[in-house]
Ligand binder design. Structure first.
Ligand code: F0G
Length: 402
């Protein structure tokens, strides 16, 4: 395996463990180039199933179980806290709320720190250890920070997180503190925090935002695990919230590899849902534009996806186009209503995750999704990630009732 520039016109190749953050030739995004002469998909499906009976920490991890498609590391370097293995839960009230018959949630909030970020962090942190890093850092709306903090603590590295001051849920901040991370608060948005961090390239810091291609590799395994759980039967639609667009980029890469190497014979349509106040990708899609126009002051109650200048949009767009999917946005009111119904289904999630259900409802109402379609929605974060949001919504409901 090696690193390659994502831009097909450049396609520069780099050593797999090169510390570059971007393509040295054209400044484009980098990705891990997974090339095999041939793959026995059915033998691997059996092997991956059998690993569920094993006590090897790499087999217990829902990421490293699929390690044939990940960069290789010595077993003792792997930083794992048993991530992955997240359930697929059928929605009932949620399905009737959205007007669809066949809706399941893959709940990534069941990960060690309550969010999908752990799936990428286990690979990113392992790579950091492999390259001899001492300090790892990210900018974050909260969840990446909590995840980085936990995995850095496991690896014995210094974790440093750049957060937009006053805009991060206290639950996520508390996690980062609990795991011993250094907190740097930046005035402005997530985008300002990321810019500040990216200026520090000469300070010996290992960067763990989702422009890091190793994080994308880990997040890619979400789709390996999902399809494994579905006995490799591909749903019609896969719906995911979009912020910095790393997760949808990772899913697009997974679909490409799974199709290319014969694990599946068709693709689910990938639907990316943004919040209306932080919707540059949805705008690009609506306008059919070639370049993303950042939103300068992103605003949404779903603070996890309050991002105006998503870095991985080109990768995400490739996945959306390749799968015949689409991008849309939903309002904060639609997110809050959907979140409440997910709670009533006994599932629960944080606000950003509920954008999925709001998006499905919107597409169904406008008849863009057939009622009988099989749909999997990705819930990205646990309900306890933003308890303030829940308490405030309940207080509002009580005030209306009186
Ligand atoms: N859902 C949750 C709960 C998130 O925390 C994020 C991103 C997303 C969805 C969007 O994923 O960026 O890959 O499109 N949170 C980042 C963070 C930005 O810093 O925790 P994306």
């Amino acid at each position: 395996m090696q690193l390659r520039c994502f831009d097909p016109d450049c396609a520069a190749k780099l050593d797999l463990h090169s510390p570059a953050l971007a393509c040295p030739k054209c400044d484009g995004l980098l990705e891990v180039d997974v090339e095999f002469p041939s793959v026995d998909a059915s033998a691997l499906k059996t092997l991956w199933s059998e690993r569920r009976m094993s006590r090897d920490p790499r087999d217990i991890s829902g990421v490293w179980r699929y390690r044939e498609f990940l960069p290789a590391y010595p077993a003792n370097e792997i930083v794992t806290i048993g991530e992955g293995n997240t359930p697929l839960v059928r929605g009932h009230r949620t399905a009737s709320f959205a007007g669809v018959a066949n809706l399941q949630f893959k709940h990534l909030g069941w990960n060690p720190t309550g969010c999908f970020k752990d799936l990428g962090m286990t690979v990113g942190m392992t790579e950091a250890v492999h390259t001899g890093a001492k300090v790892v850092a990210c900018a974050s709306t909260g969840n990446t920070a909590a995840s980085l903090a936990a995995y850095a603590a496991r690896a014995g590295l210094v974790g440093r997180v750049y957060l937009p001051a006053g805009q991060v849920s206290l639950n996520k901040l508390a996690q980062a503190l609990d795991f011993g991370a250094e907190i740097v608060e930046i005035e402005g948005s997530f985008d300002d925090a990321l810019n500040t961090l990216l200026e520090k390239t000469n300070e010996g810091i290992y960067f763990l935002n989702s422009i890091n291609p190793f994080r994308i590799e880990g997040q890619k395994t979400t789709m390996f695990e999902l399809l494994d759980q579905l006995d490799w039967k591909v749903p019609d639609y896969l719906v995911v919230p979009g912020g910095n667009l790393g997760n949808s980029a990772a899913f697009g890469k997974a679909f490409d590899e799974l199709l290319r190497y014969g694990f599946i014979d068709k693709l689910p349509r990938m639907i990316v849902v943004q919040a209306a106040g932080a919707n540059p990708f949805a705008q690009l899609w609506r306008d059919g534009a070639d370049e993303l126009s950042p939103v300068t002051e992103p605003e949404t109650v779903a603070t996890a996806i309050r991002i105006g200048n998503p870095r991985s949009w080109k990768k995400s767009l490739r996945g959306v186009r390749h799968t015949g999917g689409q991008v849309l946005d939903v309002t904060d009111e639609e997110i809050a209503a959907a979140k409440a119904v997910i709670g009533r289904d006994g599932i629960g999630c944080e606000p950003a995750s509920a954008a999925t259900l709001a998006g499905i409802r919107k597409l169904r109402v406008s008849n863009q999704i057939p009622e009988g379609a099989s749909i999997v929605a990705i819930l990205t974060g646990h309900a306890l990630k933003d308890t303030n949001f829940i308490i405030k919504s309940q207080q509002r409901e009580l005030a209306h009732a009186h």
